[in-house]
Design a protein around this ligand. Structure first.
Ligand code: NGO
Length: 493
């Protein structure tokens, strides 16, 4: 059983095997999922696999009655995500996947896909037999928030690349994609009230390339694509620092009324919005309102990191005015943990990105104020760090991160005390990342490792077993067209 993330409970029945036959049918209580599964299974099997209405199909996808009431998760006391539990039962006659919500059923389908031979991920007809080991799996996530972040500002990536990234996340039961939509080097989302943000602020990136931005229609298309795969988008506009691209587009956002030139380097900490300018808050409010309208998910991320050109007084004044603007849109504030210094906004989430065992003063302030915590320890889950000295791209300020380093830690004991941890997110910053192949290299295999950290119960996880399971996924990624880092500690086939 090579499922990643490892399920909470597995009861094998070695006396039983299910084999998918050429005349098999699929029946699904979720219209989307029946088609989704058939679309994935038809190319490698060459079978017709019709999706039928009558019970007794070889593959049954069953929504349990509680789904009607819209069951919510109470993991970590939060209700932002639905119940994601599921079961998979494999007998000689059929595979039955059950969930209380569409999300749970979707995760059961992911588990089923991983129980089939890895050739199921090929897009051309392969030899069977298409067997699934008998038994029963009962599974649910440890944390409600299991995410990755992509920095589309330092280098711009189009919607098709993001959709494939969503596919890959969702195959490992991750449910959040945080998009870092603005930084010094480029502004990536159209805003009707401030159109030059996208057309002027978006026309640059690291190294001097053309950059780009998402139209509202493109962004909405991505939101819908992700939602079908139970991935919530968390849009980030980073402020009050990291704003050079916005400042290039509108002279009036600058205290001296002069727009700076575009920035294509990789330094941080030189730009700021004016905390004392009225226009700053009109700008921020209008941007947040348009972003909220594009966002069905519960969160808006307002950055807040490395405001090195903003005085501490201005930072507090700015954040204490801006956080309520987020709340006024009906969304919950997420920020890098430096927002811990500012007043606590109800439900606020502080994203911890420290790289030491001891949290800094800002994170201590967040913990003392009772903020919910999203864990992105830079020395564990920053996907932009090199694996080792030979990695052809990546940074190393938080050290080298091997697959084992990304895997072998416990979110419950990372920080002192008993913080309200809502989950784990792996950020992929793109100063050195220019192509989809670059994304793949840094994300695989560390992304699946982080997915297991966030999903699986701690007692079910251990490095020796994980490395053996992970090895069997290499051929799957090859079928996906993902060029991954062949980490030397993994016994690849
Ligand atoms: C830091 C910084 C980013 C960099 C990243 C590179 C945060 C939250 N702010 O993380 O601007 O791109 O490191 O690893």
């Amino acid at each position: 059983m090579n499922v990643i993330p490892v399920p909470a409970e597995v009861v094998p029945d070695p006396s039983v095997t299910f084999t998918l036959r050429p005349d098999a049918t699929i029946r699904s209580d979720s219209a989307f999922l029946g088609g989704y599964l058939a679309d994935l299974l038809r190319p490698p099997t060459g079978y017709a696999l019709p999706v039928v209405e009558v019970a007794g199909a070889a593959i049954e996808l069953v929504l349990l009655p509680a789904a009607i009431e819209g069951a919510r998760s109470n993991i970590s006391g939060i209700s932002d995500f639905p119940d994601e539990s599921y079961t998979v039962e494999v007998t000689a006659e059929r595979v039955t996947v059950r969930g209380r919500t569409e999300a749970g059923l979707f995760y059961g389908v992911q588990t089923l896909l991983q129980l089939l031979p890895s050739t199921v991920d090929a897009r051309t007809v392969q030899d069977g037999p298409w067997t699934v080991p008998g038994g029963r799996i009962v599974d649910r996530p440890r944390y409600a928030y299991r995410g990755a972040m992509l920095d589309v500002s330092r280098h711009f990536f189009g919607v098709e690349v993001l959709k494939r990234f969503v596919d890959r996340l969702s195959r490992y039961k991750m449910n959040v994609l945080h998009l870092h939509l603005s930084d010094d080097q480029g502004w990536r989302i159209a805003v009707d009230a401030w159109p030059r943000l996208a057309t002027v602020g978006g026309a640059s990136q690291v190294g001097g390339g053309p950059g780009g931005h998402y139209t509202k229609a493109q962004y909405a298309e991505l939101v819908a694509y992700a939602a079908a795969r139970h991935v919530t988008l968390v849009p980030e506009i980073d402020m009050p620092g990291h704003v050079n691209a916005a400042l290039t587009a509108y002279p009036e956002l600058n205290r001296d009324g002069v727009a700076p030139p575009p920035y294509t380097g990789v330094d941080v900490g030189f730009s700021t919005l004016g905390a004392d300018l009225d226009v700053t808050y009109t700008f921020v409010r209008q941007v947040l309102e348009e972003l909220a309208a594009l966002t069905p998910g519960p969160y808006l991320h307002i950055g807040g990191d490395e405001a090195l050109s903003t005085s501490p007084e201005d930072y507090l004044a700015f954040m204490n005015r801006v956080q309520p603007l987020v709340t006024a849109t009906g969304k919950t504030v997420v920020g890098w943990h430096q927002i811990g210094a500012a007043d606590r906004e109800p439900g606020r989430i502080a994203q911890y990105w420290g790289n030491t065992p001891d949290p800094d003063n800002d994170m201590r302030a967040a913990l003392a104020k009772g903020d919910r915590v999203l864990l992105s320890p830079a020395n564990r889950v920053y996907l932009d760090m090199k694996y080792d000295a030979d990695t052809r791209i990546g940074l190393d300020w938080a050290g080298h991160i091997t697959v084992r380093t990304a895997y072998d830690w416990d979110p419950a004991t990372l920080l002192p005390g008993t913080p309200d941890v809502i989950g784990v997110e792996a950020p992929l910053w793109t100063e050195t990342v220019e192509t989809e192949a670059d994304i793949d290299l840094l994300a695989f295999p560390r992304l699946p490792a982080v997915a297991e950290v966030a999903w699986s119960p701690q007692p079910a996880r251990d490095w020796p077993a994980f490395r053996a399971r992970l090895a069997t996924h290499g051929p799957r990624w090859t079928h996906w067209g993902v060029g991954f880092h062949p980490d030397p500690e993994i016994p690849w086939p």
